[in-house]
Structures are given as C-alpha cells and as structure tokens.
Write a protein that binds this ligand. Structure first.
Ligand code: ANZ
Ligand code: ZN
Length: 844
C-alpha cells in the first residue's frame, strides 16, 4: 500500500460528484450557513495563486459540513466583459463560445482541486435567464428615479470610431490603432448611488467582521466631508459665486478664488478679457484631458481679470481658473487659502499670489510667512485660529462650528455634508453585456421595455471588427423596435450594462437560480442571507462591494429584503507570488528559458535579474496546477497552499515547501497502513489521547479564526506523536486516534482522508462524519510547569501535578535547591501566587 495520489484523487472526485454531496435543498430546515467565493471572470486557466482562494473556501466548507451545518456553497461565472470581445476580434471566435469553453476548463480545474460546489445552483451572467433580471432590476430603478440618463465624457478613438474602455487607452492612445484618444461627451445611463451615500457610509460601522482596511477604503471612496457652502459676491457678474470648503475656519485667509475651467460662469467672466481666445484654447485643452492626465499635468491656471469680495475680510480677491479644481466636486469653485492648503500654496507660489496665515500652532508661536516652504496644514486640536476676528483663539474644530453659525446667521451660506462618491455610470458602448431595456420613440420619447417583454436578448449573429463602435448599433433586427406606447416604429437602446451590475446582486440569485418568474424568492433569500462568509480578493474592496451594498439597499427599500448589508463576514486572501526573471529591459523571461552559469541566471548572453512578482500569465511565473497535481496530487497542493502562510498574507511559492507537504501526507498514509496491518493490540499511551484532545481543540479554534497554517502545524505535531506510538509497537488500539487525525485533516487533504477512511472500513464519506469534540478534562497535562520569580526576576521553575494546588506549588518551591540559594539569608516579605502560571517571592 503506497501513497499514490493520482490513483485515488479522480476516484473520489467522481464519487462526490455522483453522490451530489454538495447539493442542498434551500427549503429544507437546518442550521444554515451561506459561504461564497466571489464568482470569477471566466478568463480560462487558473494558476495556483487563484487556487488559494478556492482551496481555503473549500477547506472551510468541509469543516462546516462536518460540524453539521446546512451549508450553501454555490459557484457561478461573471461571464460578460471585454476580454471575450477582444478574443472575438483577434481570433474570430464568438464571445459566447470563448466564454463557455473557458467555463468548462475552469470547472474541470475546480474538480481536480477537489473543490465541492453545489453545481445545481450554477449561474452564468451571460445567459438570458440571468441577465433578464439585470433588465428587470434596471426597470425597477428607473421607475424609482434611480436610473437616469445624463452626459459624461468617454474615451473616443477617432480612427476606429469607437468608445474605448480605460484599459484600452495606453499612454493616451488607442491600444489597437495608436490614434490619439479624444474625450467626448455622450449621453449615458447612470444609477443614482449618490442618493445612498449617507447610508453606505453609516452602514460601514455595523460591519464588525469586515477587515478594517476594506472599510477604510470604502469610507475614503464615499468621501463624506463636513464643511460649508459660502457665497462670495462678484460685482462683475451681478451675483455671487458659491464655494465649497471643508475648512470654513480659514476663510479670513482666503486671498483668491479658483474656478474649474468648466464652471458655468466662466464664459461671462472672460467675455471681455483681452486674451479671451488664448484662455478658451487652454480651457478646451484641459477639458480634453482625462482625470488622470489632468492630475499629472501639474497645476496650471489663468486669471479671469475679475474679482470677488471675501465676505469676512471684505477685501477684493482675484478670481482664477485652475485645472486642479474639478467641475463635478463641491460647487466647482473654491476659496483659496494658500497658507493652509498645499495645492493652493503651490498655485500661489507659481503665480505670485498673496498668503495670509490664519491658523497657528497651539503654543502661539508666530509663523514666518516668508520662510514657509509648504502650507501649514494644522488640523484638529493642533491648530489655533489667529488673525480672524470673532473666531480668534479657538481650536480648529470649535472654530469650524462657530464660523458655520456666523455664516448661517449672516445669510452667507450654510453648513453642508458632501460626498466624493459620484453616480454610477453603467452604460457601455459594447456588445458583450446586458442590453439596457429602453426604447426611443420619436413621438413618445424614452420608453421602458414592458416587463413582460423581457429578456431583451443579445443577438448572436453580429460581426466583430473592433471598429465603428458597438456592433449592436448596426444590427437592424435588434435596433428596430416597436414603441410600447404608440406601437409606432422606434429604436432600441444599444448600450449594454457595466458588468458590475451583474455582480451587484448575483449572491441573491444563487438561492433560487432557476426561477423564471421572479428575480429571487424573498422569503428564502431573507432566510439564507446575509452571506455568512464572503471570500475574495482585495481588488474588489471598493467597487464591487460598494455596488453590491447599494443594490441590496435599493431592494430593501422596495420591500424585498429585510437586510441592508449583504455580506456579514468578509475575508480577503493574500496573493501568492513567485520568483521570476527579468531582462535589463524589464521583460519577463519564462523559467524554461533561463540558464544558470556561475550561479547567475542568463538567457543567451543576457544576464537576468531575479525578481519577485505576483503570479500572472504575462510574467511567465505561474505555477500550472496540472503539472503539480500530476506529480504530487491535489491534496499536496491544498495542504501546501494553506500551510505556506497566514491566508491573508502574501506568500512566496517554494517548490521545496510543496515536497514537504507531500512527505507529510505520505507519513500519514504509511502510518495508516501500519495501523491496519498491526496484529497485536494493547493499551493506548495516555499521552496520545491527551495530544489528540489538544489537537482537536487547537484545529477547531484555528480553522474558525482562519489560521489554517497553524491548524496544519498542530496536525503535523499530532501525527508525530501518533507516529512515535506506532513505531513503539502500538497497534490496533491507535485506530480511534488515527481516525480522529483523518477527520481533522479532511478539510485540507480531502482525497487521501476519504481513501483511508474507507480502507479503515468506514461506511459513508468522511465528509459527512461528525467533527470530533475535545474533552477538556482529557486535554490536561499530568504536570504543570510554574515559573518561580524572586523579586520579579525569573530564577527557576517547578513541576507539580495537574491541576496545580497552591500548597503543593509552595512545597515544590521549598524543595527546590536552586531556588533556595536565591532565598538563603534573606527575609521573605511577601509570597505571591498567580494560579497555574507563576509564583513571586519578595525578599529583603
Ligand atoms: C479652503 C481650504 C483651506 C480647504 C484649507 C482645504 C484646506 P475634501 O476634504 O477632499 O473634500 N475643494 C473644494 N471643491 C473642490 C473642487 N471642485 N476641486 C478641487 N478642490 C476642491 O476637500 C475639500 C477641500 O478641497 C475644500 O476645502 C477645498 O479647499 C477643496 F486650509 O477650502 B478647502
Ligand atoms: Zn411612441
């Protein structure tokens, strides 16, 4: 009997699949647990870095099953998106065919890893029976004013006559043809997520079991800021310009004003400017830049020639235009306080504008303006207001409250809460996505597609050229529609939805994925959700999770959901990295092409450098799971992947580590063979039983805390103790302890443990066996070690029978010669006993 994983793994994979072990009846009673790995984009192949995510989810799932939980663990495919369309253009294969082929390959890979999903609940977002509910959802949001049309700038390739996604723009040029990309304003569809900004922000406080880091990223993205809107009168306009500031306490230091070049009053302000043409050309140039380019361009501005009145100092201050002021944030106009805001400081230095200090350090030291190398950004209690009349001497937070009061009393403006969050632009001018269910009629205007006409199906017979825009727009049969209002000829919307719409509610669909009457069953969904454990990459920390939280709230407000937060617990696994090799020019070299000479890596005559990179295909440093499984088995990959590091940490792949995991499983296997073949039986060494209970306790609590690596080390220790007992001639009596080891190991090495479980003559899957429970009494060591201190310094230790009693501890201290030498000739002042841990003798 030898450990040959390739002989046993496919057998158990088939047995689990045939028995449909992971299928669950959501209507049956039980202690429900909803586990979910973020559904992947079906890009094709999976490497061991992806494996970590699914393997850790599966280990957890198997553990909960053995705990007797009714666990739902579904899987599906985030199947719309750009790469499928690119494959269609490059290789002439239809996006659907490409996607379905990849899904098939990935499913086979999941099976080879021994991962159990409830495939009866599988969904793919590119199928009409899924995306029709995207369309239904869109219509509900539209009815409630939460889906609307507005204009927004897009990347436009003038050569290919098409809209480009951000990732298709490389250095400002079209990735495909190299033409300079322009910004164009297009009419597009939005979801009004901003209406939920306050609730999305406040809800973060209720997410106890989310990583702090993710909550912080969400909070920053939502960007709640408290401040004030203040009017500055502009004589030349005849009305005021309203600014937004988060630091109204600095208003006495506002020495100029800056507007976004897009601000609606700009035209009037520069109407009689002598350099008007030059300013307009500059504005056009700024408008054409993407947000990123605008940031990178450095601060630039133009003076309008006009002034505003600072309502507190009553001074005339110049009005500038500046590229660093964004049109969609706040009011698109700012009061500049160069002494206390770094952007304003740089702008003022660049254009020679004046500074006035209005916040000083708490010690009251005067600030030397001429010597300032940067803005003094005193905030919170660390800043005290100066040179500011009624708020002089107040610390910043109190000054903000007070000045807002004054602003409101004097009718100059009001205190405000603002959010950085923008509405969600869901329109994509692409083919491979959910058609937006709207119709344009010349007579009746915009009309929603009636619900009973859903789904609006994506036609499959379209040509893919990558040019001249969205192929849907040229598909006559698709575009020509009948107006639902007047039955006249009308046109269909040809934009499709952002794929983040697909993933914003899929976790609700998994409960009843085949329902073609409704999006989900509210009673069942309210029983199964929120998701108890959500697992996925940190790359989804912002958008996906925010959109899912938003859509969940909209469905809550429609009366369909009783909860507002979809994911009770969130876990983000770390990345697996592997060493790779680079040329001096920076390109990655596949390991197969690397030659070693004098202990240095070369390709041909070029010396390479070794670098750590994240696993990705383009870097040639992926470990293909197939090769690994072929040699060592999926159980080895699973144990290694979970043992390598705490799962939330980045981990470096090591081939020696893999072999270590393989040897461990081999030892467990051989031990099983030895126990099976043992003839004699006698008493079990009590140390084995004690170790067993300690291990049950350790592994259980560590799995629950996601400490898979230390859970596996506890199993290794236990298997060593058990191995010693076997080598010492222990026989059949070790069975119980060994079968306990198998159960505890099952979540990590499911195939080998199933095989051994059945070799030991057990019926049924070990997966459905009961998880062992530790007996605390049997965990107790016979003896405990108590540390002995003299005057607080460690001077020795004593061993007493467990559980320790104070009297016997002191008796042992008295009998200990080494400790007595520290006490000789001294007077004992006090004796302290910390139960079960230490004693301290205070002497004089
Ligand atoms: C005066 C001031 C003084 C400001 C000071 C800051 C510090 P957050 O906190 O990120 O929301 N601002 C307002 N609207 C802007 C826009 N459309 N584009 C660029 N900047 C804008 O930032 C709020 C601050 O950013 C506002 O407070 C304003 O500058 C600037 F010592 O007003 B502050
Ligand atoms: Zn009509």
């Amino acid at each position: 009997m030898q450990y040959r994983p390739t002989d046993i793994e496919p057998k158990w994979q088939k047995a689990w699949a045939d028995a449909r072990v992971a299928e669950i009846d959501v209507a049956a009673p039980g202690d429900k647990l909803y586990m979910l790995n973020m559904f992947p984009y079906p890009s094709g192949d999976l490497h061991v870095g992806h494996g970590r995510n699914y393997i850790l989810g599966d280990a957890l799932y198997r553990y909960f099953r053995m705990q007797g939980r009714a666990a739902l663990n579904p899987m599906g495919w985030d199947a719309f998106g750009l790469p499928a369309e690119n494959a269609a253009i490059k290789r002439g294969i239809h996006p659907r065919e490409w996607t379905l082929g990849n899904i098939g390959r990935m499913k086979a890979q999941f099976a080879r890893w021994g991962i159990l999903y409830d495939w009866s609940k599988e969904i793919a977002s590119c199928e009409a029976d899924y995306y029709r509910w995207n369309q239904w959802l869109f219509l509900q949001l539209y009815k409630r004013g939460l889906a609307y049309r507005g204009t927004a700038p897009v990347n436009w390739c003038p050569q290919d006559q098409t809209v480009l996604a951000n990732e298709q723009v490389v250095d400002g040029r079209c990735e495909r043809c190299g033409a300079l990309v322009e910004q164009r304003e297009l009419s597009q569809w939005f979801f009004k997520i901003t209406e939920y900004a306050d609730r999305l922000d406040a809800g973060l406080d209720t997410l106890e079991h989310w990583p702090e880091k993710v909550k912080l990223m969400q909070r920053n993205w939502i960007g709640r800021s408290l401040g004030a809107d203040v009017d500055f009168q502009v004589p030349a306009l005849g009305h005021a310009l309203r600014i937004f500031t988060t630091r109204p306490d600095t208003i006495f230091g506002a020495t100029f004003m800056v507007l976004a070049p897009e601000h609606p009053d700009v035209q009037q302000l520069i109407a009689d400017h002598p350099d008007r043409a030059e300013i307009e050309a500059w504005i056009a140039n700024v408008r054409n830049q993407s947000a990123l380019e605008r940031q990178e361009a450095g601060k630039e501005g133009r003076f309008t020639g006009k002034t505003a009145i600072n309502p507190f100092t009553e001074e005339e201050i110049p009005i500038w235009l500046g590229n660093f002021v964004l049109p969609q944030y706040g009011t698109g106009a700012i009061m500049s306080v160069p002494a206390h805001d770094q952007r304003d400081f740089e702008f003022a230095r660049q254009y020679g504008l004046p500074l006035r200090v209005v916040v000083g350090p708490p010690d009251g030291q005067p600030v030397d303006v001429a010597a300032m190398a940067e803005a003094f950004t005193f905030k919170d209690e660390n800043g005290v207001i100066v040179n500011s009349g009624p708020i002089d001497g107040l610390p910043v937070p109190r000054a903000i409250e007070r000045i807002i009061q004054i602003i409101e009393e004097r009718g100059l403006g009001k205190g405000t809460v603002r959010y950085r969050l923008r509405d969600w632009l869901i329109s994509r001018q692409r083919y491979w996505g959910t058609p937006i269910p709207m119709i344009y009629c010349d007579a009746c205007g915009l009309q929603p597609v009636p619900e009973e006409q859903l789904p609006v199906r994506l036609p499959l017979d379209v040509p893919f050229t990558g040019r001249e825009g969205n192929p849907l727009a040229k598909h006559e049969a698709f575009v020509n529609a009948t107006c639902p209002q007047c039955s006249g000829a009308a046109r269909r919307e040809t934009d499709t939805m952002d794929t983040f719409v697909d993933s914003s509610w899929y976790f609700l669909r998994f409960v009843t994925p085949r329902d073609d009457e409704k999006i989900f069953d509210p009673a069942l969904v309210n029983r199964w959700l929120p998701v108890d454990q959500y697992i996925g990459g940190i790359e989804h920390a912002i958008l996906h999770l925010l959109y899912a939280r938003f859509i969940t709230r909209t469905l809550h407000d429609m009366g369909l959901l009783q909860f507002e937060e979809p994911f009770a617990r969130l876990f983000n696994q770390g990345m697996i990295i592997k060493e790779g090799f680079k040329t001096p020019g920076g390109s990655w070299v596949p390991p197969a092409e690397v030659e070693w000479r004098d202990n240095k890596p070369y390709r041909g005559d070029t010396e390479l450098t070794a670098e750590i990179g994240k696993m990705s295909k383009s870097r040639f440093n992926v470990v293909p799971p197939d090769e690994l499984i072929e040699r060592f088995g999926a159980d080895t990959e699973r144990v290694y992947t979970l043992f390598i590091a705490p799962p939330e940490k980045e981990a470096a792949w090591s081939d020696e580590g893999v072999i270590g995991a393989y040897r461990f499983l081999g030892r467990v296997w051989n031990m099983g063979a030895a126990i099976l073949n043992a003839k004699v039986s006698g008493d079990v060494d009590p140390r084995v039983i004690r170790k067993m209970h300690q291990t049950i306790d350790a592994v259980t609590s560590r799995i629950e805390r996601f400490e898979f690596n230390t859970a596996i080390s506890a199993l290794m220790e236990f298997s060593n103790v058990l191995g010693d007992a076997v080598n010492a001639g222990g026989g059949a009596e070790l069975r119980e302890a060994y079968e306990t080891l198998l159960k505890l190991l099952h979540p990590f090495a499911p195939h080998a443990t199933e095989e051994l479980w059945s070799l030991f003559g057990n019926d049924g899957f070990i997966l459905t066996a009961k998880w062992p429970v530790a007996d605390r009494a049997l965990m107790q060591e016979d003896e405990v070690v108590i540390a002995v201190q003299v005057n607080g310094k460690l001077r020795g230790q004593v061993e007493v029978a467990a559980p320790p009693e104070e009297a016997s501890v002191w008796a042992a201290v008295d009998a200990n010669e080494k400790i007595q030498t520290w006490l000789a000739g001294k007077t004992i002042v006090k004796k302290i006993y910390v139960p079960g841990k230490l004693v301290n003798v205070v002497v004089k």
